[in-house]
Each structure stands twice: as structure tokens, then as C-alpha cells.
Design a protein around this ligand. Structure first.
Ligand code: GAL
Length: 641
């Protein structure tokens, strides 16, 4: 597979070299429609519980039900935590006679049916009767993560080599039908270990325990990863989910840890996608996982969410002795519109921990209907300020102290895109205290503390919203990244499962140069010909963004090649489409040219596409800026602009 994959990549590369314009023109042609994945049931970030962080592979029915009972009794279900998800460890084997999966009935007694077969239906019925939903776990390869990496051995599948092939590979339709139509699950997490680590060099392949599957994913090398093959497998699962869930009530969670350039395509394939390797219950790992999602606001939208992994509230650095850290974890995941999946044995939870998980204000931020992932308004390795526009027009703001020292933090009206000469009301979500400031205000953050406020003031742009305030309305169809590169801006934490035996945490999640809100693609401030923009969209040329524009009458921006461009790659042309029809376009713009206004009335168009074209022969991507890009309510005539 790997060999075939590499050849197909080479062929694709040759084709691209031969006809760059044709390839580009196809990618950038307006479609007039929203092309993100709309299957499944994930208009809001999923909420629930998962067995992994609490029990790892030592999962059983009693433990699952015990946490489910606490979820109902404590009011967490009422707060929104409804999906009870079983992770790795549930499977005994695949019955090779008919290919049907067999459950480890010694751990899940209700699964043992009178006829000798096994079924999760009694358990999912029970969860459904409790008003909950049920989630299952599988792997896109032939084997599970426990099998691939040798963890949790006592609970790994048993039997012959073929019986131990419990993953979806070669059984996608059969397994999805079983899990959803037959067993009644509502949610699936699809892991990727079986296509990552089951090569001929795996010791358990060498000793004959498992069959080799040439890896499609090489985590350390995107060039050695067969992205089209990985996409094809996940797309097959998506199709099977649609087929076997006629009511569309399912959630599809991809778990390939930010590999295979998944950030650039998951939004067209599934409901959520892990942005990094596993979280662990310590601070450095929280930083790592947070960073893997924090600059990706434009890649998340209702239906498709960045997943920095499950909550670890309750354990280690986030346990009852570390409530400052636990609160930060919960607050940050809420701001990121991340799935809120509890990973704690809730029988051990005290009142304060349950109250944090169920915190009404934070859950409301996470579950806000606008679906805007927070955008970084201030970004350093020490303190970050995140701002999330809510559906009612107010803003959630989080001030995050990453360090182990207290920090003085100033919050400005400009960071909130609110005017500096009118009062801004703040409600502190931890204390419920109200305050007000004009212009700017200062706070002292304790080590690792996150303060969260709801801010309400007079908007800078009274008649509409800047695009960078509404990442939930944007789907990045093409971000202009031709050669995916690893993102170097992610906190490099010790991976606890390796400790310091390895060469350390090296960059390996692609996404560098991706589209950004209020930032140039490589992290600089937005700027065209020396003019800085506090707000806008930064992206590479050769890109196409889809923007839901219902409720707005006009688009406006000032555009040009961003000053962060380090080499001549222009000229570029900015094009604006409404429901597939060209509304306006810029001239061909060179680096260093003054920002050019680009605006048009939308004439009722519900979908706007923002295209930046490279010139004939201009095959290099350059950073470009949609400065002050905004949707406003009045057409030009009415507003007189
Ligand atoms: C990992 C995954 C974890 C957990 C584990 C099970 O690949 O990231 O969240 O599911 O496998 O073995």
C-alpha cells in the first residue's frame, strides 16, 4: 500500500507540474454551495463522556453505567453531556465465519445473548432509556491501537490472526451496519493506529501475531503519508454511516491525531477531528493539545469541529488539588468550541468538579449556536487572549496565563472589536461579578489561571460583523497550501508514554501557512504596503473560502499581498462570488501595492466565495490579506457607502 501510495503521489505531482493552471483553476472554481460535511448530528460541539482517560482499556459495563448514572443524577446530562462513549477495549474478536464482531462479554455481561451471539443492544437500550446516547469505537485499519502499540494487552482481542482483525478495514459496511442499525449506537470514534503502525517492522507483525498492513500514515513524514488513500477510507466510513442511519442522527469522529494533513480536509469528511496526539493529565500536554487547535478557528464550523482531545478534568494536574488548572482546561475547551467529552471516573468526582464540568456559563459558551471557535486577539507563549463572538452579539473573552508565574494582563477594547470611548460591561464567569471599563482594563492572573468574561459594549462595526469574528460561517475549501508543512508553533511537551527516551517532541502536525483570523498565515500581523490591519483574514494565494452570508446585504474588504510575503509570488487577483456568480474582482495586485477596496452588494446571495487567484505561471503561494473583511446589513445605496 505504502509503495502504491508513493507512486500515486509521484504521479499526482508530475501531473501538477505539467499543468499548474488547470489544476488550480479547478480547485478555485466557485461552486455556489457549502461543501463542508453536513452529515451527522453535530451542529453544536458534541458533549458526553468517554471511558479512555478514566479507565484506558480496562473498561467494563459497570464502569460505563456508573458514570452514566452520575451524569444523569448530577444534572450533567441536563447540562448537555449526553453521549456515553466506549473506547478501546470492548472487543473480543471477529467471528471469521460471518465476519461479525464479538463483544468481550465477560466485561459487558448484558451483551451475551441467549443464542450465544453478542450484542450491545441491551446496553444502548439502557442508555437510551436514561435519556442518553451511546458511542462506540473502532479503527480504520485491521487492528486496534492496543494491538498496534502493545498497550492494554490483557484486553486486546483474542484468537487467530484473522479473528484479531477487529478494525474496519475490509469490513466498513458490515461493521457500521452492525454498530448503528443493529446495536443502536449514535456516535463513532474512528482511530487510525492500524494504518499507522502495523508495518513489517512492528514486532508483533514480525512474530506472526498480526498481519502487516503497509502504513498509510507516517506521522513523521507527510511525504511518506498516502493522504488520498487515508481520505478514501474515511470517506467510505462516512458513506456507510449515511446508509445505515437514515435519520441522520449520528456523530462521526475522526481520530488521526493531526496527521495526514487532516486539518485541510476533515471539514469535508466528518464531524470532528483530533488535532494532536493524546492529551495527558499534565500541564505541558494541555498546552500542546490546546495549541494544536487554537490557531485553526477558520477550520471549525457547525457540523465540523476541531478536537484537541477529551477533557482530563479530575486527574493529575487537573485533579481536586489543582482546580485553577482544571478551570483553565474547561474554559479553554469551551472557548475552542471543542467537544466536551469527560474523561473521568465520575464516581470519584466531588461537588466542585461536577459543578465545573456543568458550569452553565462555560457550557453555554461552548454550545453557542453561532459556532464560532474563539480567535486569538493577543498571542504569546506566556499569555493569550481569546475572543469568541456569541449568537446574541456579546463576546466571551478568556485571558489565559500559560506560565507558572503571576501575570499582569491588559485587555483592550480594540481586542474585543468594541469602541474605546464607550463603557464595556464585563461579567466574570467565575464570580458572577459585574464590572465595567472604558478603553482598557488590567487583571492579575494567578499561575495557570484563566479568567473568563462575557463582554458587552458598542461594536466598532455597528452595522455588521468582521469575518474574523465569525469563523463559524467560514469553510476553508482550499487554503492555498501546496506542500503541507509541520506547524512549529505548538508547545513541545514531554509525551508521558515515552518520557524522555525519544528525540523529543518535534513539529509534526501539518497546518503551517493555513488560513487565519486576524493573522497572516505564518503568524505575523496583517499588513499591506505598510498599513496594518487589526482585523481581517490571512490566507495564501490559490485559495477559496466559503462564507455563509444569510442575513447580510454587503461584503467589503481592502485587499492585497501581505507584507509577510518573503518572495515575489504575485501578482494575485481577489475574486468575490455570490451564490456562484462573480460579484466583484480586484485588478492583478503585486507585492507592495497599496490596499485595494473590494466590495459588493450581495443581492440576496446566501453563499459568498472568496477566491484569490495566482497569475498565469505564478505558481507560488504568497500570503494575502482580506483586510477588514466584513459582512454588513445594508446594501451600498441604503448605507450610502
Ligand atoms: C489512541 C487515541 C486515544 C484512545 C486510544 C485507544 O489512538 O488517540 O484517544 O482512543 O487510541 O487505544
Amino acid at each position: 500500500m505504502m509503495r502504491a501510495g508513493r507512486f500515486s503521489r509521484v504521479a499526482a505531482l508530475l501531473a501538477a507540474v505539467a499543468m499548474p493552471q488547470a489544476a488550480q483553476a479547478d480547485d478555485l472554481a466557485p461552486t455556489g454551495r457549502w461543501t463542508a460535511y453536513e452529515g451527522g448530528n453535530a451542529d453544536l460541539p458534541p458533549m458526553g463522556w468517554n471511558s479512555w482517560n478514566a479507565f484506558y482499556q480496562d473498561v467494563d459495563e459497570e464502569k460505563v453505567l456508573a458514570s452514566a448514572e452520575v451524569i444523569v443524577a448530577s444534572g450533567l446530562a441536563q447540562a448537555g453531556y449526553r453521549s456515553i462513549n466506549i473506547d478501546d477495549g470492548w472487543w473480543l474478536k471477529r467471528d471469521t465465519a460471518d465476519g461479525r464482531m464479538v463483544i468481550r462479554a465477560d466485561k459487558f455481561p448484558s451483551a451475551a445473548l441467549a443464542d450465544g451471539t453478542t450484542s450491545f443492544r441491551p446496553l444502548t437500550d439502557r442508555l437510551h432509556a436514561m435519556g442518553l446516547k451511546a458511542g462506540i469505537y473502532s479503527d480504520i485499519g485491521r487492528n486496534s491501537c492496543g494491538q498496534t502499540f502493545g498497550h492494554g494487552n490483557p484486553n486486546n482481542p483474542q484468537g487467530t490472526v484473522a479473528e484479531r482483525e477487529v478494525g474496519l478495514y475490509g469490513h466498513i459496511d458490515q461493521d457500521i451496519a452492525l454498530y448503528f442499525a443493529d446495536w443502536g449506537f449514535d456516535y463513532i470514534k474512528v482511530d487510525g493506529c492500524g494504518i499507522r503502525g502495523m508495518g513489517a517492522d512492528n514486532p508483533n507483525v514480525q512474530n506472526g501475531t498480526y498481519r502487516a498492513l503497509d502504513p498509510l500514515i507516517d506521522f513523521n513524514s507527510i511525504a511518506r503519508t498516502d493522504v488520498p488513500a487515508v481520505k478514501a477510507l474515511f470517506s467510505e466510513v462516512g458513506d456507510a454511516l449515511l446508509r445505515h442511519n437514515p435519520d441522520g442522527d449520528f456523530t462521526y469522529s475522526l481520530c488521526i491525531w493531526g496527521s495526514a494533513d487532516v486539518r485541510s480536509w476533515f471539514g469535508s469528511y466528518g464531524n470532528l477531528s483530533r488535532t494532536s496526539e493524546d492529551i495527558a493529565p499534565y500541564w505541558g500536554r494541555l498546552l500542546h493539545n490546546f495549541d494544536s487547535a487554537a490557531r485553526r478557528a477558520l477550520y471549525a464550523q457547525p457540523g465540523n469541529w476541531n478536537d484537541p482531545d477529551m477533557l482530563f478534568v479530575g486527574t493529575g494536574d487537573f485533579d481536586a488539588e489543582h482546580m485553577t488548572e482544571a478551570r483553565s482546561h474547561m474554559a479553554l475547551w469551551s472557548m475552542l468550541s471543542a467537544p466536551l467529552i469527560i474523561g473521568f471516573d465520575l464516581r470519584q468526582a466531588n461537588e466542585e468538579q461536577l459543578a465545573l464540568l456543568g458550569h452553565q456559563g462555560l457550557v453555554a459558551i461552548n454550545q453557542d449556536a453561532a459556532g464560532n471557535q474563539a480567535v486569538l486577539a493577543y498571542d504569546t507563549d506566556e499569555v493569550q487572549t481569546l475572543v469568541k463572538l456569541l449568537a446574541d452579539g456579546t463576546k466571551a473573552v478568556a485571558l489565559f496565563n500559560r506560565t507558572a508565574q503571576p501575570k499582569e494582563v491588559t485587555l483592550t477594547a480594540e481586542q474585543l472589536k468594541l469602541v474605546a470611548d464607550a463603557p464595556i460591561a464585563l461579567r466574570n464567569l467565575w464570580t458572577d461579578g459585574q464590572s465595567s471599563f472604558t478603553g482598557e482594563t488590567a487583571f492579575t492572573l494567578a499561575p495557570h489561571e484563566t479568567l473568563v468574561f462575557i463582554a458587552d459594549g458598542r461594536r466598532e462595526l455597528e452595522e455588521g460583523f468582521y469575518l474574523s469574528e465569525m469563523p463559524g460561517r467560514i469553510h476553508v475549501a482550499h487554503d492555498g497550501v501546496d506542500v503541507p508543512q509541520f506547524d512549529p508553533q505548538i508547545h513541545r511537551a514531554i509525551t508521558p508514554w515515552q518520557n524522555t527516551r525519544s528525540i523529543g517532541e518535534r513539529p509534526r502536525y501539518t497546518g503551517w501557512g493555513g488560513a487565519r483570523a486576524d493573522s497572516a498565515p505564518y503568524g505575523q500581523g496583517l499588513s499591506i504596503a505598510g498599513q496594518a490591519f487589526a482585523t481581517g483574514i490571512g490566507v495564501l494565494s490559490g485559495s477559496r473560502l466559503e462564507l455563509r452570508s444569510e442575513g447580510f446585504a454587503r461584503f467589503s474588504a481592502v485587499v492585497g499581498i501581505d507584507d509577510s510575503a518573503t518572495e515575489a509570488g504575485g501578482p494575485v487577483r481577489f475574486e468575490l462570488y455570490g451564490d456562484g456568480t462573480l460579484l466583484a474582482q480586484s485588478d492583478w495586485l503585486e507585492a507592495g501595492m497599496a490596499p485595494a477596496p473590494l466590495a459588493a452588494d450581495l443581492g440576496g446571495a446566501r453563499l459568498v466565495e472568496l477566491v484569490v487567484r495566482r497569475s498565469e505561471g505564478g505558481d507560488r503561494a504568497v500570503p494575502v490579506t482580506w483586510g477588514e473583511a466584513a459582512l454588513t446589513r445594508q446594501p451600498a445605496q441604503a448605507s450610502g457607502s
